[in-house]
Write a new protein. Structure first.
Lengths: 134, 257
């Protein structure tokens, strides 16, 4: 899908990653939100049987938003790696986003945080189930 | 997390342990905040309860319907796992406020929602796949209706498959043999040498195309959830992630005994 204009307006910087390069690493600290400008990325999680791919992201998709929306903890829920060739990603302006986020009422922020918590929990459960299947 | 003072209180409800707060597929627009107690959120698929989360005081449930703009049905059920007190909010004022929120944040929330829906479907298929494996490994314990629900048809259908996430212009497809199929997935045997064409990793999404014995074409997308290596053959367990309605009907006819 094409990159939405509202994301392009928030871009702070751009980076290019070669196939297989780690963009963000599970467990690391950080709450930047990224958008894929070109190419694909794989979302992977560690399991006791090794890394498992849980999702594939394409142009126009954001990632890293869970840590941002959850707030205080700020740890990455999964590893994201460049896949199938070179990937160009943009980093969204954190100050701008944080400013707009803080303008929302605490209730709306709590609803968005709740989505992020459920996504983190669901992906963890997927990994446990995948491991038990293999 | 919002404080009690900031919340638009509508009314408080008390639930006894085991009582349902809301049910999957029901229409409903309210959002719930757990004040005291514990609530489990789960999905029901093919008669199986698939856990999503166990939530305690301070947690919010029912928010997906809010981000879906209240036009959809509940995607999951919620049940009190101990005596609980829950605050129920009507979302109308919140929706008006959300409409005015920053477009980029709304876009992020939308993608988050889409991803959660995708992951929930993935989880449904995985749990069914696991149930199917358990049913097959202990046929004596399985009631007849469970065997029918998870019926897997043995077959030997040639197919082609390819990675969905491939850069434009370099998409490669490979051949394989489908050993069995069900409404939720299939077992695909392929030559190990296919790994030189593209990666065959757990979680990869592939597009599969075949001609069913009645001459009708069938195309679906699925995730690799199991890989077994045997000399020069890879056996790939694949759960469907996207089967268009028309294709689902064709699959249903094919699976008739």
């Amino acid at each position: 899908m094409p990159v939405n204009i509202s994301l392009l307006e928030c871009l702070a910087s751009e980076f290019t990653y070669q196939d297989g390069a780690v963009i963000i690493e599970e467990g690391s600290k950080g709450d930047w939100i990224y958008v894929i400008l070109e190419g694909f990325a794989k979302v992977k999680k560690r399991t006791r049987k090794g890394m498992v791919i849980i999702d594939t992201l394409q142009e126009g998709e954001v990632f890293g938003e869970i840590a941002f929306l959850e707030g205080e903890s700020g740890s990455r829920s999964a590893t994201v790696v460049a896949a199938e060739g070179t990937v160009r990603v943009g980093i969204l302006d954190k100050d701008l986003l944080a400013g707009r986020h803080s303008e929302m009422s605490p209730i709306l922020r709590a609803l968005m945080k709740s989505l992020a918590i459920k996504l983190r929990e669901t992906t963890s459960r997927i990994c446990s189930t995948l491991v038990s299947l293999d | 997390m919002a404080t009690d003072k900031e919340l638009p209180k509508v009314y408080h409800l008390h639930y006894k342990k085991g009582e349902q707060v809301f049910k999957q597929n029901d229409f409903g627009i309210s959002i719930y905040k757990i004040l005291r107690g514990d609530v489990e959120v789960f999905r029901e698929c093919e008669g199986i309860e698939i856990p999503i989360a166990n939530l305690g005081a301070g947690s919010i449930i029912g928010e997906m319907i809010f981000f879906l703009k209240s036009t959809e049905i509940r995607s999951a059920s919620a049940r009190a796992t101990e005596d609980s007190e829950i605050e129920v909010w009507h979302p109308m004022e919140l929706l008006k406020e959300y409409e005015k929120a920053s477009p980029v944040l709304k876009l992020i929330a939308k993608q988050e929602m889409d991803r959660l829906i995708r992951m929930n479907k993935f989880m449904d298929n995985l749990v069914i796949e696991k149930q199917m494996a358990n049913t097959e490994s202990s046929p004596k314990k399985a009631p007849w209706k469970d065997k029918r629900r998870f019926y897997r048809k043995e077959t030997a259908l040639p197919c082609t498959y390819e990675l969905v996430a491939s850069p434009k212009g370099v998409r490669k497809n490979a051949k394989g043999l489908i050993k069995n199929m069900s409404m939720t997935g299939l077992l695909l045997d392929v030559f190990s040498k296919n790994e030189t064409l593209f990666p065959h990793h757990m979680g990869e999404v592939v597009s599969i195309e075949m001609v069913l014995p009645n001459g009708k074409g069938f195309r679906a997308q699925g995730r690799i959830v199991r890989i077994k290596r045997n000399d020069y053959i890879l056996s790939l367990g694949i759960t469907f992630s996207d089967v268009p309605d028309g294709e689902r009907e064709a699959l249903g006819f094919f699976l008739l005994p």
